[in-house]
Design a protein around this ligand. Structure first.
Ligand SMILES: [Fe+2]
Length: 468
């Protein structure tokens, strides 16, 4: 039996899960829906059906996918849980179940079950598969139209170890580049580099050693290099009994960037020292010779995680800022320049320009960020990185915007010529809408607002899949 939610900040307001799966056809649209928007927007986030009384964390709720299908001037919607084995076992048991682990009978090493995860972090289209991703597991397949769960395992045994929720798709080759961390055993410093072809066939899945075991959420790929930045959100199982978390931000461990030439064997990964800070997400990266540039959301420390003594970060330390990193992978020289001086997260670009020099970035921002506001973002910001000019649409303090997903007007349109799609939670309506913004005229506000009668709970990431 499902029971009332525990009293927890990440289960209140629009962090609270919804308890149904629905289909809505021909949603009400205010404004003018662009005629060139034909395809599907997918979004995913934690939406637990069963919640433990103690110890809930937003990152560990079962994934629910929301799909908005655009076509023929209409928008249809549906939402479905990702029916992972863990989710189905919880439904059968009628109660929350712990993560499942596999113990190596020879070594005693404990590894998470790569095919029993949460599928709650990102959802992408690659290799003719709609893939719900979560960094502790393999990709989880779902049907693109109905969101019926197809399950894990379509890569067979070729994909060893988990895969990040932030793989990068090369727009020139269609190859997907990804990685896993803590490969082989919980707490190991082994990482795995994956490359999967446009046809969905695994080309590489190779292990290498990082300086230490840490949570690594995202990475950076340019035309010539793969970069694995490792910041000291380190893992030590012994911390569980002392501070209640195996992960802690341990600045004393230093920070490092693993550098690999794209086609080189993983034995050639070189580690260069980096400034101690924390990054969840990268906007994009490119290189000119050995000079790599990437834009990242920098935090002073890892937000929402304790230090090794169990102290949580202060309010100011827990705000991210868009920052340009200039990394010479030959000399190891690293310089950083602030780009946007407000709290920001969920950076996205026009993905056709991934791995090359990008001009336009799109972010969720919170210029009115206040202590106790739940870390919600109320604005969508466009930054033109050539001119430095910014445009902001403010949904209103108290509202919550999602990551903005870019959709180009046409395959050959200039970089940035297109639309931004984001969900917006409005507390006075207690519902969410999907807004469509002109990516080059963000300050003008939505050109179209698609209304739902219910909330889309705060989630993580999403993607557009064009029709046809
Ligand atoms: Fe993420």
């Amino acid at each position: 039996m499902a029971t009332p939610l525990p009293n927890h900040p990440q289960l209140r307001g629009n962090y609270a899960p919804i308890h149904f799966e629905a289909e809505c056809t021909d949603l009400i649209v205010e404004g003018d829906l662009p005629a060139d928007l034909e395809g599907s927007l997918y979004r995913v986030g934690p939406n637990p059906k069963f919640v433990p009384d103690q110890g809930y964390h937003w990152f560990f709720g079962a994934g629910m996918v929301h799909a908005f299908h655009f076509g023929g001037g209409r928008v249809n919607y549906l939402n479905r849980w990702a029916r992972t084995p863990k989710f189905e076992a919880e439904e059968t048991a009628g109660k929350p179940l712990p993560m499942s682990f596999i113990t190596d009978p020879d070594t005693g090493a404990i590894q998470s079950d790569r095919r029993n995860g949460l599928a709650n972090t990102h959802i992408i289209w690659h290799g003719n598969q709609l893939l719900a991703l979560e960094e502790g597991s393999h990709p989880f397949s779902m049907a693109p139209d109905t969101l019926a769960s197809a399950g894990y395992g379509h890569y067979g045994a070729d994909l060893q170890d988990a895969m990040t929720a932030h793989p990068k798709i090369d727009p020139l080759t269609g190859d997907l580049h990804g990685f896993g961390y803590m490969s082989g055993a919980i707490g190991s410093k082994t990482m795995t580099y994956h490359v999967i072809g446009a046809d969905g066939v695994v080309k590489r899945s190779e292990r290498f050693e990082a300086p230490y075991a840490a949570m690594v959420h995202d990475f950076a790929v340019t035309r010539d290099y793969v970069l694995f930045p490792v910041f000291p959100l380190t893992f030590d199982l012994d911390r569980m009994s002392k501070i209640g978390s195996p992960f802690a931000f341990d600045g004393g461990a230093g920070a490092f960037i693993g550098v690999l030439e794209r086609d080189a064997p993983v034995s050639e990964v070189r580690w260069i020292e980096a400034p101690v800070c924390f990054v969840f997400h990268y906007l994009n990266a490119w290189n000119e010779g050995q000079q790599v540039t990437f834009d990242a959301i920098d935090f002073a420390v890892a937000p929402n995680f304790p230090d090794p003594n169990g102290n949580l970060p202060g309010h100011a330390e827990a705000q991210g800022r868009l920052t340009r990193w200039l990394v010479n992978v030959g000399t190891g020289q690293i310089d950083r320049e602030p780009l946007v001086d407000v709290a920001a997260e969920f950076p996205r670009i026009d993905d056709r320009f991934a791995m090359g020099r990008h001009r336009h970035g799109f972010l969720a921002t919170a210029s009115q960020r206040q202590r106790g506001d739940g870390g919600v973002f109320h604005e969508i910001t466009h930054i033109d990185l050539d001119s430095g000019q910014q445009q902001v649409w403010d949904a209103g303090f108290g509202s919550g915007v999602s990551e903005p997903v870019f959709v180009e007007r046409s395959k050959k349109a200039d970089e940035g010529a297109g639309w931004l799609l984001a969900t917006v939670y409005e507390p006075e309506r207690h519902t969410s809408s999907l807004v469509v913004l002109d990516a080059m005229a963000v300050a003008d506000g939505p050109v179209a607002t698609v209304r739902l009668d219910h909330r889309v709970p705060y989630g993580f990431h999403g993607s557009w899949r064009p029709a046809g």
